[in-house]
Design a protein around this ligand. Sequence first.
Ligand code: NDP
Length: 473
Amino acid sequence: MEKAEIGLIGLGVMGSNLALNIAEKGHAVAVFNRTTARTGAFFEAAGDLRKMIVPCTTLTELTKSIRPPRPIILMVPAGPVVDEQIAALREELSSGDIIIDAGNANFRDTVRRFAELENSGLTFIGMGVSGGEEGARHGPSIMIGSTEEAYARVEKILLDISAKYEGEPCAARLGPNGAGHFVKTIHNGIEYADMQMIADIYGVLRDGLGMKPDEIGAVFAEWNKGRLNSYLIEITAAVLGVTDQKTGQPIVDVILDRAGQKGTGKWSAIEAQTLGVSATAIEAAVSARILSSLKDERLAAQQAYGGGRFAKFEGDRGAVLRDLELALFAGKIAAYAQGFAVMDAASREFGWNLPMPTIAKIWRAGCIIRSQFLGTLAEAFEESENLANLLMAPAFVGMMGQAHPSLRRIVARAAEAGLPMPALSSALAYFDLYRQGRGTSNLIQAQRDYFGAHGFERIDSKGAFHGPWAGGG
Ligand code: NDP
């Protein structure tokens, strides 16, 4: 075999599948894994693709197997492991070579690593990959932050291995240094919100309407044919129909209600706050996972407050189901508006010039939040340059105008019934605040001036003013 076109370190779930994907698309790939036995097992299992794979047992062997300038993908756990790998590779690589971190890095680490390598002759690419195991194997969505020169060396490979939406590759260079990892982080933040809003609705169907998992699955399957069509709705319908082999019960009924998280949702919420952007649905979704982890405390609180007995949603079930579908759609619009507002603020803060229509387009296939909705969203950003907020795009004013009354009814009924709707109620509060021309912060300003002499603006004159408070300060 001629030299490999690219290298890959880390043959875990994502790395092994990405390597097979690269080989299958006709690009020779050299691979290395810390545990050598895994490299051997991977190569043995690669079948016909073995002719496109160079298994290596040392980093020296790996770098010698790749055509310069050598691009090497790291698919290892985010954090210090990436720094260790970069340090080891610096000993082996030459000027012009490219280290690509394809893990779920914090974009601030990516910016730092990019700067650290800048004067070494090596280049760093921060690359967000979404789609899980299946996506890595057959086509993920790929979000790239890099120099144009480094991207040119790997562009063909990345476009070839990416998911395709009606023939268009779901991979793009979105900006320099940390841009790709930032966009991947916000993708995951939106994913958190999407998943929690689906869980909010599942709670109403289970506890408010008393439906069984397979009935709930059928509702989601039906919704998947319409405006909510998406991968997350599809898999929700699928998991609700699966039976546990041990007990014969629906599997969702034997799964502990304690959700895990690795950090990207939390980072999304933190970055939103740091940038001064309201992302309530994403924050609520992260908080809901945190509260879910307090299983014992929640059981004790249920005892103390008599939770767990919910008022039923009475009345026309068909009408409630139609409201639930529209409520979920309205919540989704608000959550995506928030996610894109965070990216817009980051784009301005870091001078990235993020291409919003392209981001929506490369999320249409391959990634976890892929959906028909993202096509509509891309069109909205294409039609209105400098869109302040997705909620202000004409098409979305129409859709949200139609859907928000359902969100309001569902959140109100859930609140009365005692059913939590963390993400959907936060989305509703965001929408109501956003569209309120005269809010309540005049009172906040009066309070701040009373106790701290912070001053306020008046509606009838320019400048800073203080109130005639007695006893303030
Ligand atoms: P796995 O745990 O399956 O694999 C981890 C890989 O990293 C293994 O090859 C492992 O080697 C190697 N590794 C671990 N620690 C070290 C170390 N100290 N030094 C050298 N190599 C090390 O992880 P995933 O494939 O799931 O995830 C990889 C990255 O991709 C992570 O950043 C993750 O967040 C991201 N990601 C994961 C997704 C998923 O759905 N799983 C989706 C998108 C991104 P060894 O065999 O020797 O243990």
